[in-house]
Every structure is written in C-alpha cells, then in structure tokens.
Design a protein around this ligand. Structure first.
Ligand code: GLU
Length: 487
C-alpha cells in the first residue's frame, strides 16, 4: 500500500500569520485534499523570546478564517501530539544523544565570542565561513576543564562524518518536487548546532524530529528553506530514517521585486481582512501565486482549485504580489455577493454610523446604489458618509466649482420650493427631476449642471450614488435642510 500522504503547516508565532505562510498553508492543504491525505498544524515556538500567545491566536484564527482547517494540531490533537514544539522539549534531547552516541554529533563548548572571532577571521581571509570544527575531537579532560570554567555545551552535527558515512562525494543531491534536482557542496555546510547550550533544540533539529515522529510524507515550504533542507537530510540519514519528499515554492515578492513588507501594504492575513478583503478572494488570489489553472479561468473556489492542483506544476520561480490584481479580484467577489450577504459583511465598516437611524429597506437601497465601485469592503465607509447625520461635509472642490457658482444660486432656491411639494418616492422623483432639468435646459443650463448643484448641496460631492435613490433614502426634510444650508 502506498504511504499515506501527510503534510503540515508549521508557523513560527513570531508575528501574525503572514500572507506567504498562508500560501504555503494553502498549497499543503490543496495537496492533502487532492491526495486524500492529512493536513497537520504544528506550532514552532522553540524561540520563546519571539513567541507570543497573541500571535498564536492570530495564526489559529487566520488559518480557520481561510478555511485551512487542520486534521491534527495543537487544539484538535491527533495520534502524534503534542503539536506545539515547546511541549515537546523532553523529546529532542534523546535524539540528540542518539546522534552523539553514533558519532554524528558532538559537544561544542565554544563561547559566542570565540565563534564571532572565527567568523571575523573568515571575513578577513575572504572565505565563506564554516565552523572550524575545533570541538569535534575534544578529550574528556578538555571537556571537564571547560565545564569547570562554567561553560555549557551545545551539540553540533558532524557534517564531515555524515558525508563520509553516506555519500561518495561532497555533493548532496535531492529531487525537489517543484524545483527538480538540487545540489549542495557539503564542505560548505559546516557543523551546525542541533541543541543549544540552554537545552533547547534549533529549528533544523526540532523540525526533523517532529516531521519524522509525525510521519510527514511531504514537506512543502518556501525556497528560503532550501539551505536548511540539506542539513535536515543529513540528520535523517544519520538517524537512519527516510526523509520526506521536499517541495520548495518560489518566494512572494512585492511589485518592486523586493521582499514583501509592511511598506508595500498589508502583509498579515488579519490586516487584509481588517481592510475589507473577502476571504474567498484572498484565498483565490494567493492560490495564483505560483499556480495557474489549466483552463486559464482565474476566479475559482478552493474546491475547484483543489481538483486542478498538482504540486509538480507549481511554478519554481518567484511570484509578484500585485495588490492591483488582488483589488480587482476582490471587487469581483464583492459583485458576486447577494445583497443580504453584502449588507452583513459591510456592517463592521459602518460602525461609526447609526444604522438604526435608517430602516432596513433604506439600508438595502443604500447598499444597492453604492456597491458597484467597491474594491474593498472598507470603501463603503466613505461611500455612504452623506447618508448619515444632519449636515454634510462639503469638499473644497465641490464648494468652489458648484455651490459658489451661478447655477447653484439659481437652481437651488427653486428646487427647495418645488421639492417641498413633491412626494419623495424614487419613481416620482425621477419624473419631477426630469421636468426640473428640462425647465432649466430651456434656459440654457445643462441638465448635468442642474443635477450637480442638487447633488453638491445634498451630498457635499459632485459624484455619488443614483440621485433619486439618494434623495429618497435621505428623505424630504433632510434634503431641503441641506439645500438651505448650502445656500
Ligand atoms: N517554522 C518555520 C517557518 O515558519 C517552518 C519551516 C518549515 O516548514 O519547515 O518558517
């Protein structure tokens, strides 16, 4: 029977869930779905100083919001738990000792200062720095002397030893699921620390032990981990274990091709949600960072993507995070929402207004006539501001261009007088405004200008939602009061 497919997303809680980690999570999720496998969440919190509960909560919430629910993980448990590395600290030393006993790892008593000096020397000599290996063959007496000095040993992996034991040459090769065959000269790796002197594992060691004990079949992650993969393969070999298959995804870059960072815009999933991006749009957009649908149709649900997803077809190059494209995609998803759904989703972005001051029917109409240009949900906050409150803020341009002009002075007093007698239904307003415009057209005022004057007085702007609907939602009293004020 073929081995069960088991993949994982293993975020380090040193920040809110990054959109890049979400992409890695999604690709693992899609792969598991496609292969009928299991998708596991593991929290990699070995670095206590950089970890916080708020980040862990954010990671959980964001992954759940994205619909990337895990089969096994810290909260739901599973056969290979615990799934939080800080709860597994009793596991790692045993395996480190196993490597020491087998001769593939050794105690290193070098101080940070000594290591720094070595590095500086390499820099001076203009050679790539690898650890000298000077603790590789310490005698018991030397070790005891160090301990007497108060030094605590770290444990280092002996790369040379592993290379000699398992390889005919210096070149380590593996077949990456995404990038094809990759190579590394092992003499450039240098003996790396697997257990720190404080007794905690390094990333490279904990990840191997966990992936091994959690029976991961495939490790799919960003290409920034390729240099780690070689070290991890060496550890698997030294432990006599089969390594999982690896697939490394290209990086996600900002439009200026630098590393995606805050200065380009939102980077955490929760920030995108706060700004009013729809989860479905985000997931769809993120899936296209490195993957393309076979039929060229980009707007796709997760289920449709999962059916079409093949890890071997994922692009091996970097992807550009085009905020413009995400905005376009988000606007498409907003258009697809039913009116009722959209009304609900917009509510958080209308918190500063008194929604109780309008009826549900008015709210519905307001959303109907303002939804068209929405790119992100938060656009609604500004788009509907003139529907609320008694007064309206008039922007400078509108004041100068429209309200201070001759047309407004002529049209508005008449509008106030006539509208006072009108029935404020949309149908009726349509008719009446048509007549009103017609009347001024005969006097040489363009219908557009007549409408501008009314719109400017009522909304403070020259552009906005359908005029009749706007007047109707606001109601006669407010419309007339605002026109009077504008005059
Ligand atoms: N904790 C690592 C990270 O957040 C995960 C790396 C891995 O997938 O092995 O980058």
């Amino acid at each position: 029977m073929a081995e069960e497919v088991r993949v994982r997303i293993a975020p380090s809680p040193s920040g809110n869930l990054h959109i890049g980690t979400a992409r890695t999570g999604l690709f693992n999720f899609l792969f598991a779905k496609k292969m009928g496998g299991k998708y596991v969440l593991r929290i990699e919190d070995t670095d206590a100083e950089r970890t916080s509960q708020a980040y862990i909560d954010n990671i959980f919430d964001s992954l759940k919001a994205l619909g990337l629910e895990w089969d096994e993980g810290p909260d739901v448990g599973g056969p290979y738990g615990p799934y939080t590395q800080s709860q597994r600290f009793d596991i790692y030393p045993k395996y480190a000792q196993k490597l020491v006993d087998a001769g593939f790892a050794y105690e290193c008593y070098c101080t940070p200062e000594e290591l720094e000096a070595e590095k500086e020397q390499s820099q001076k000599n203009k050679v790539a720095h690898v650890y000298s290996g000077r603790c590789r063959n310490l005698t018991d007496a030397e070790k005891e002397a160090f301990i007497k000095e108060g030094r605590k040993p770290a444990i280092r992996f002996d790369v040379q030893k592993a290379q000699k034991a398992f390889h005919d040459s210096n070149i380590l090769t593996f077949k990456d699921l995404v990038k094809g065959e990759l190579h590394q000269d092992m003499s450039l790796i240098g003996d790396f620390v697997i257990m720190k002197s404080n007794g905690t594992p390094t990333y490279n060691f904990a990840v191997v032990i966990d992936d091994m004990l959690m029976k991961m079949s495939h490790v799919i992650r960003g290409e920034d981990h390729i240099s780690n993969t070689y070290k991890q393969i060496l550890i698997y070999e030294a432990l006599g274990e089969k390594a999982p298959e690896f697939g490394h995804l290209g990086m996600i870059l900002a439009p200026d091709r630098s590393k995606l960072s805050k200065r380009h815009g939102a980077t955490a999933v929760s920030e995108f949600v706060e700004k009013g991006y729809l989860i479905d749009a985000l997931v769809n957009f993120v899936a296209l960072l490195g993957w393309s649908p076979s039929d060229g149709e980009e707007i796709k649900s997760v289920d449709e993507i999962a059916k079409d997803f093949r890890i071997g077809e994922v692009s091996s190059s970097n992807s550009i995070f085009e905020y413009d494209k995400l905005n376009w995609m988000n606007s498409q998803y907003i258009k697809k929402l039913s009116l009722e759904e959209l009304k609900e989703r917009l509510k958080p972005f209308l918190a500063k207004y008194d929604l109780n001051s309008i009826t549900d029917a008015q709210y519905s109409r307001m959303v109907e006539v303002t939804r068209e240009p929405l790119t992100i949900l938060s656009d609604i906050t500004d788009a509907v501001s003139y529907f609320f409150g008694d007064d309206v803020e008039v922007d400078e341009e509108t004041k100068a261009k429209v309200l201070d002009g001759e047309v407004a002075k002529k049209v508005l007093p008449d509008f106030i007088e006539k509208a006072t007698g009108w029935d404020f239904t949309e149908e009726n307003l349509h008719e009446k405004l048509e007549e009103f415009r017609g009347f001024y057209k005969e006097q040489g005022i363009k219908p557009k200008e007549t409408m501008w004057a009314i719109r400017a007085a009522v909304t403070g702007r020259t552009r906005g939602a359908d005029m009749c609907a706007t007047l109707c939602i606001l109601g006669k009293d407010k419309v007339i009061a605002r026109c009077k004020k504008a005059l």
